[in-house]
Design a binder for this molecule. Structure first.
Ligand code: LLP
Length: 410
């Protein structure tokens, strides 16, 4: 039986028709889902002055950024390229937060010139920034709160061994630099990791910010980062954003009283906004029976969705062409010349060559982490918006692979 979790259509547009019209493999995004996730956060944090900065890195197609904008959120960019994408999507520079890590100072200067909010995460660049701009350009500081959180070690970034943020234990050094150059610090930021289930983690990060904030009189906002967990497996528990909203709002209001002024609260969700909105539709090239297993070999692989191989991530899969078929155990694998298991040991409606397989939770860190490995082409992207399917990125062609190559006459 097709379940609501295994949709055959989005806003009345069938996934089958999208695959027929645009071919496979294809990423499909549900604009309504993105909008409703933003709305859920707005509702959950209605007691504070909330600003949502969508973590562009999760899915950076300009049309997706426009959906985010239409729902009233801003963007969080980690590279100058993401800043430029945000501007192209129509965001004002003031709606863009730029949080680079280990970039050269020239890139920071470029971002200053573009007028976006700058978030710095190391002492040497903070000092260089102070020396260069004094108090003429406001700046936010990313604190490493030393909290271990997140779905796995590769996506935990707020702990003591992480390269991100300025250690909270270096607060005195931060304050020395700030006073030496008379810098204007308008924000403090923490982001501890991705796939964080527990509201307590956000509160602990908040408490670190609240304590540090008392030393910075000119603050306008505190940024709690992103990292809300979404459901990947059936019956998976996702972060209860209403519980986080309630707890964090209470603590934040308390803090603002102590601080003497109401500040804005910023969030930087990536996965929460786009993960479940995205589906990767692939086609079965071969059903391969071995003495041990039955493989479904599809026209995609780790080049299009690297999360299963990189993080052992679980992505739900189902047979769109045979949703009510007899369930059989399969391993869904790609066409890449490496072990690229997309889903292992799953019960899927009986599959035959040509069947369309849908991979779920493909919105976040799917296309944005896709590559041309094995000289394969990247898929098309389609957005379902106002009950219509729109092509928002053409499928790559062979010429895209060789466009930038300079072929030597040998
Ligand atoms: N803010 C900052 C500063 C970040 O570094 C990140 C993610 C986010 C916000 C958004 O986190 P989210 O809400 O999406 O969890 N590729 C990995 C996730 C890496 C996240 C990197 N930073 C994955 O596919 O699980």
């Amino acid at each position: 039986m097709p379940t609501p979790q295994d949709p055959t259509e989005i806003q009345g547009v069938t996934l089958q028709s999208i695959a027929e019209q645009f071919g496979t493999p294809v990423f499909v995004y549900d604009g309504d889902k993105i909008t409703s996730q933003i709305q859920a956060l707005q509702d959950a944090f209605s007691g504070v002055m909330l600003k949502i900065k969508y973590a562009t890195k999760a899915l950076s197609n300009i049309s997706i950024l426009k959906v985010v904008k239409s729902a009233g959120a801003g963007v969080d960019a980690v590279s100058i390229e993401e800043v430029r994408l945000g501007l192209l999507a129509g965001f004002l520079p003031t709606e863009i937060m730029y949080t680079p890590n280990c970039v050269g100072f020239e890139e920071v200067q470029e971002a200053v010139d573009l007028g976006v909010t700058i978030n710095l995460d190391n002492l040497p660049v903070l000092a260089q920034f102070g020396q260069t701009y004094g108090n003429s350009v406001p700046v936010c500081i990313r604190i490493n709160p030393h909290i271990m959180a997140g779905g796995n070690a590769k996506i935990s970034v707020g702990h003591i061994h992480s390269k991100f943020g300025i250690s909270i234990h270096q607060l005195d050094e931060i304050l020395n630099i700030v006073s030496q150059y008379g810098m204007l610090i308008t924000g403090l930021h923490v982001h501890t990791g991705s796939d964080i289930l527990d509201a307590e983690v956000f509160l602990r990060g908040g408490n670190v910010l609240f304590d540090a904030a008392m030393k910075f009189p000119d603050l306008k906002f505190l940024d709690f980062g992103g990292g809300f967990k979404v459901g990947y497996k059936p019956d998976d528990i996702a972060t209860d954003v209403f519980q986080v909203g309630k707890k964090v709002t209470e603590a934040f209001q308390e803090f603002c009283k102590k601080y003497g002024r109401e500040l804005e609260l910023w969030l930087e969700p990536g996965k929460f906004l786009v993960s479940e909105a995205g589906y990767l539709i692939v086609k079965t090239n071969v059903v391969k029976q071995t003495p041990q297993l039955t493989f479904i070999g599809v026209d995609s692989g780790l080049n299009h969705l690297i999360r299963p191989m990189l993080y052992d991530a679980y992505h739900g899969v189902y047979n769109l062409s045979n949703p009510e078929g007899k369930l059989k155990p399969y391993n869904v694998v790609g066409y890449i010349c490496e072990t690229d298991t997309l889903a292992a040991d799953r019960l899927i409606g009986e599959v035959k060559t040509g069947d369309l397989i849908v991979i779920k939770n493909a919105g976040a860190y799917g296309f944005s982490m896709a590559s041309n490995y094995n000289s394969r082409l990247r898929p098309a992207e389609v957005l379902v918006w106002k009950e219509k399917a729109h092509l928002i990125r053409k499928r790559e062609e062979f010429k895209d692979l060789i466009n930038n190559q300079i072929v030597l006459e040998l």
